[in-house]
Ligand binder design. Structure first.
Ligand SMILES: Nc1ncnc2c1ncn2[C@@H]1O[C@H](COP(=O)(O)OP(=O)(O)OP(=O)(O)O)[C@@H](O)[C@H]1O
Length: 303
């Protein structure tokens, strides 16, 4: 769906995007993570032909970008850096104008399409208020409605939940999962780990212009070599596993062990009731921390 090779963008002496090989496959829910300034927005803009690359190649929906970008844009729903809207017009009028810029049938069809898009993003009840009176969250939803007008095969969204409250974030996440279930590939950038963790199946991590991680989320969450055991008799388990328990809290023990099966057998054979058993895995946060350098605004003490 999206492939880049050695994609690079320089702004003067700044290398905003540095040799990125991106692979987004059909059906993915791909989350591009990275701190502010790591190059996400520049990368997203290049995918849409809004910024020209200094070096490298881009293919979106099988076509080279920017050369053939006009052919693929009708199949893409995009929202990049704060939805642009005419502030003095209502949300509905803005969307109607946006819709009018594309192909698409009778007046009735167009109105229906606008209504459906507003409904999907939770703005069905909007009145005639101008967009300038909208909250950031409402603007964000309006931008998303614009991206959904033409049942896109591919959604490219830069920080889609920016400015939304927790409930709004949840709603947009559910909506994106639903659209993905209906066949749309979702590619989004975010600086929020939890958001990507909750929604995405595939993750890329940017660090100072470079793509330092790209993998399935499940494959990134490798086991840590520890198993969490729940038991109503933790003392007995502690005595049995002497020296292998790293942490003990109430009825839960964290045990250094590679194989939950043999651990369980050992506990049961010794008469310990096991009520829970879980392999501990690396969190996405750990993956990101391991892959990235210290944050750009941190100043280390010199020696
Ligand atoms: N038009 C531009 N001119 C000069 N430098 C730019 C321009 N656009 C981006 N940069 C620089 O490129 C780097 C990457 O910026 P970019 O906006 O792509 O990062 P980001 O990860 O999207 O961050 P944010 O979340 O803050 O948008 C930054 O150092 C930024 O200052």
């Amino acid at each position: 769906m999206i492939t880049t090779r050695d994609l690079t963008k320089r702004f003067g002496r700044t290398v905003a995007v540095d040799g990125v090989d991106l692979h987004v496959r059909e059906g993915d829910r791909y989350g591009l993570l990275g701190p502010n300034g790591s190059g996400k927005t520049t990368l997203v803009r290049m995918l849409l032909g809004l910024v020209f690359a200094t070096r490298g190649e881009i293919e979106v929906l099988g076509q080279p970008v920017p050369k053939r970008v006009r052919e693929v844009l009708p199949s893409i729903g995009a929202m990049v850096e704060g939805p642009g809207a005419y502030p003095n017009l209502s949300g509905r009028t803005n969307l109607a104008l946006f819709d009018a810029a594309g192909p698409g049938g009778s007046r009735r069809d167009r109105r229906k399409r606008v209504d459906e898009a507003l409904e999907r993003v939770g703005l069905a009840g909007i009145d005639r208020r101008p967009v300038r009176a909208y909250s950031l969250g409402m603007r964000q939803r309006l931008g998303l409605a614009g991206a959904l007008l033409r049942t896109p095969r591919l959604l490219i969204l830069d920080e889609p939940t920016n400015g939304l409250d927790p409930r709004g974030i949840r709603e947009i996440r559910d909506l994106l999962a639903e659209l993905n279930g209906e066949g749309a590939t979702v590619f989004l950038s975010s600086h929020l780990l939890a958001e990507v963790d909750a929604l995405c199946t595939r993750v890329g991590v940017m660090d100072r212009g470079r793509l330092v991680v790209q993998d399935e989320l499940d494959d990134l969450r490798t086991p840590t070599g520890r198993v969490t055991v729940g038991t109503p008799t933790p003392e007995r388990a502690l005595a049995l596993l002497d020296g292998r328990v790293e942490n003990h809290q109430g009825q839960f023990l964290t045990v250094r062990h590679d194989d939950p099966g043999t651990l369980n057998a050992e506990l049961v054979a010794a008469g310990v009731t096991v009520t829970a058993l879980a392999v501990e895995r690396r969190t996405l946060e750990q993956v990101v921390l391991d892959a990235t350098t210290t944050s750009a605004d941190r100043v280390e003490a010199g020696r």
